[in-house]
Design a protein around this ligand. Structure first.
Ligand code: PBG
Length: 330
């Protein structure tokens, strides 16, 4: 509890703001490069880097370029990257088999990074949307996203990813029961050390728009994701989902999107669970666009936005700004 300050003039809060070293000395929350998780988009090809139109400054990279990016990330002090595939349409089916192909793009990229940049952490998303011709995170039957059948597919996907060398699996699909299924499969298949970061509080959000362009899911998505992602009006539900996922074996949890949901970050981190936030594609796009137009100072806004996550109690932050921030802090 904050103590009651002495009355003015004994208490002059401006004394502690007078110089930059004084501000440094009395700052409560700060960002470290070690807090950052950098999401990277992977595509096929060789020597390819292609801009994502709705995320200026963000690229889709072929596997060889992803390896280079991973090296740059460790050099800049970033501990972990998260890989997302831009899957060619010919690999998208209603049954999503490509998700558990040991040689799919994401698993190949993971192996290549493991071999050449052994010390960097690798996080992979568990969800079917990059592989689904319906664009949904789960399997679709008669126009509905079916839960229990999807769990079988997610289990296979998770095991293929653990096999490829992922350190953290991030189930982002929002099916019920998936954490338990994935945890049991990891234990039974000799991957006891693979951690699960559950996208526990994942909202049905319009802030994911640019990401769906980046992974090529916008053109396939039929309808919306409101029958499995959370309603933006809810907070208590987020706590229930976090507790459920912890009981099922999640090691840490995520809140997503980030900035519009800092209240959720605060409530969840107060439970005493390692809490990460995902500053999502739409948040990136807004800052990047306003920065490009000279309406805001991009660098300062980026740092301030990330500081907000620390203040809200987050231990880790997924952000597309990770590399530029880490390199600036190096
Ligand atoms: C898919 C997934 C999404 C994001 C991460 N994993 C999109 C969605 O749920 O539609 C969004 C990330 C971002 O917007 O940056 N399971």
């Amino acid at each position: 509890m904050p103590v009651t300050p002495a009355p003015f003039p004994a208490h002059r809060p401006r004394r502690l703001r007078r110089t930059s070293w004084m501000r440094d000395l009395t700052r409560e929350h700060g960002l470290s490069r070690k807090d950052l998780i950098w999401p990277i988009f992977v595509r096929d090809g060789d020597g390819v880097e292609e801009p994502v139109e709705s995320m200026p400054g963000v690229l889709r990279r072929s596997v060889d370029r992803v390896v280079e990016a991973a090296r740059r990330a460790t050099d800049a002090g970033i501990p972990i990257i998260a890989l997302f595939p831009y899957t060619a349409d010919r690999h998208k089916t209603p049954t999503c088999e490509e998700a558990w192909n040991p040689d799919n793009l994401i698993n190949r990229a993971t192996r290549a990074i493991r071999a050449r940049v052994p010390d960097i952490g690798i996080m992979l998303d568990v969800a079917l949307d990059p592989y689904s011709s319906d664009g949904h995170d789960g399997l679709v039957r008669d126009g509905r996203v079916v839960n229990d059948e999807t769990l079988l597919a997610l289990e296979k996907q998770a095991l293929a990813q653990a096999e490829a060398g992922a350190d953290i699996l991030g189930p982002s699909d929002m099916m019920d029961g998936r954490i338990g299924v994935i945890r049991r499969a990891l234990e039974a298949n000799d991957f006891p050390d693979v951690a699960i970061m559950s996208y526990a509080a994942k909202y049905a959000s319009a802030f994911y728009g640019p990401f769906r362009d980046a992974v090529g899911a916008s053109r396939s998505l039929k309808g919306d994701k409101k029958t499995y992602q959370m309603d933006p009006g809810n907070t208590d539900e987020a706590l229930r989902l976090v507790l459920r996922d912890l009981e099922e074996g999640a090691d840490m949890v995520m809140v997503k999107p980030g900035m519009p949901y800092l209240d959720i970050c605060r409530r969840i981190s107060e439970l005493g669970v390692p809490t990460c936030a995902y500053q999502v594609s739409g948040e990136y796009a807004m800052i990047a666009a306003a920065g490009e137009r000279g309406w805001i100072d991009r660098d300062k806004v980026v740092m301030e936005s990330l500081c907000g996550f620390k203040r809200a109690g987050c231990t880790g932050i997924l952000t597309y700004f990770a590399l530029e921030v880490a390199e600036a802090m190096a």
